[in-house]
Design a protein around this ligand. Sequence first.
Ligand code: ATP
Ligand code: MG
Length: 552
Amino acid sequence: MSEEYNSSNFIKNIVKQDLENGKRNEIITRFPPEPNGYLHIGHAKSIVLNFELADEFKGKTNLRFDDTNPVKEDTEYVESIENDVRWLGYDWENLYFASNYFDTMYEKAVLLIKKGKAYVCDLTGDEIKEYRGTLTEPGKESPYRNRTVEENLSLFDQMKNGDFKDGEKVLRAKIDMTSPNINMRDPIIYRIAHSEHHNTGNKWCIYPMYDFAHPLEDAIEGITHSICTLEFEDHRPLYDWVVRECEMENVPQQIEFARLNMTNTVMSKRKLKLLVDENVVDGWDDPRMPTIAGLRRKGCPAVAIRNFCKEIGVAKAASVVDSSMLDYFIREELNKEAPRTMAVLNPLKVVITNYPEGETEMLEIENNPDKPEEGKRLVPFSREIYIEQEDFMEEPPKKYFRLFPGNEVRLKGAYFVKCNDFIKDENGKVMEIHCTYDPETKSGSGFTGRKVKSTIHWINAATAVEAEFRLYEPLLLDENEDANKNFLENINPNSLNVLHGYVEPLMKDAKKGDAFQFFRHGYFNVDSKYTTEDKLVFNRIVSLKSSFKLNK
Ligand code: ATP
Ligand code: MG
């Protein structure tokens, strides 16, 4: 797939140059998720970028769990992340856990202390913030900044041995409190946290901060190009400082790119976790979630996600991608793959009064009119069928060409039927309509006598298979997630619409995850969570058409 990855990609140019001018012999990238939630479509952008880049230049990509924060991390997340990366179609060279480097990180911190480049500080969190200064004012030096190397070594050892409580002391890099870059004003590199870690258990009660840990992780693994999102641009001088002052042999280069933002989509594990915890959705894999697990359950093919990520490209400037663009790539794939069939989501009974009672014929219906090679299937037809409620109107507005008293339509793959009458229930709702069919008009018979203006789908009543249909709309009402701070107040109350109807008898054999195109409705798949032996549940993946146009 790498040869397709030719969208304008400035990172690729950097890599190419580095290889050409001998700065690097080989490229090694990594995807470094923190296992504190499930992966989302934004992570997919980073995964595709890192793996495709290495692949194109015959390099390697590691999957590394950035598990340096003991509090929020969980093995459930570790497993889901591995599973999602594989499902997306990528295989890592090595699987690493940053927590396996805790010993080395500790040694490097000690090295910094010995070089006079780090000190133990007793200021509280608030004081540290206050001393840090602002963008316009320089910071103030901590009163603990000039502790001797011996004192620092001994205090850091005590920190490690659990002699202090959380927050009582931190280890800080000794850089420059007057630096115009606030990240360089003696950043914290180790903190105390008496928490059990999912990998190292209770071995440690001090944990390295991201800005210290990440460059070391990259250097230890021999990463050449460490790709991260734009908000780390101002951290790059610190990244380089850590690699240099810790005397790392391998010197990785940090490169930033703009993160993926999508309309009507939250793209933060913290917020997605809130949706799960507050039961707004039925789990991380709810088909409305922008998680890889949610997209997979909804029926989005992995290749559609890869193609989407390649098409959006990689840039330095932040932007918001229209979520209908992902739907476009999903449709492109499913159009090639998904078998065609009919489903009635909102049934209305039709009695064909001139069709012989007790008789059933098997109609041959083409599976895919665009692809005759996909053959035909046999679909039963008899006196009683279901159509969509929306396909009948007692009093049609102008330009309504479907069924109404006196009007004739084509039943897909069957006959012309004309509506003559209807029956209402006690509430005045139409519950059954009566039609007559014209045997001359059988589909495929070459009948040219007259034309009708619409073709509707149907399901034979006696052999209909009951099914539940779950139709989705965006979870968020607001177009742009940044526009609203408390996003839980902007949940779309109609994001899930559950309907009960019928599918063709052959669908009895459908398996969890199978995708189909339902005539006129769109692409659906068999839901893996709610489908049981006796109940078929479908998710709508995407509708058939969209106004979205890809600019090529
Ligand atoms: P979140 O806020 O969703 O937790 P994160 O950046 O904290 O995101 P990590 O697990 O640390 O999540 O991210 C792993 C990798 O995925 C990082 O390299 C990060 O830059 C990248 N990434 C995360 N979100 C996006 C996004 N929306 N677009 C592109 N890359 C992303
Ligand atoms: Mg994070």
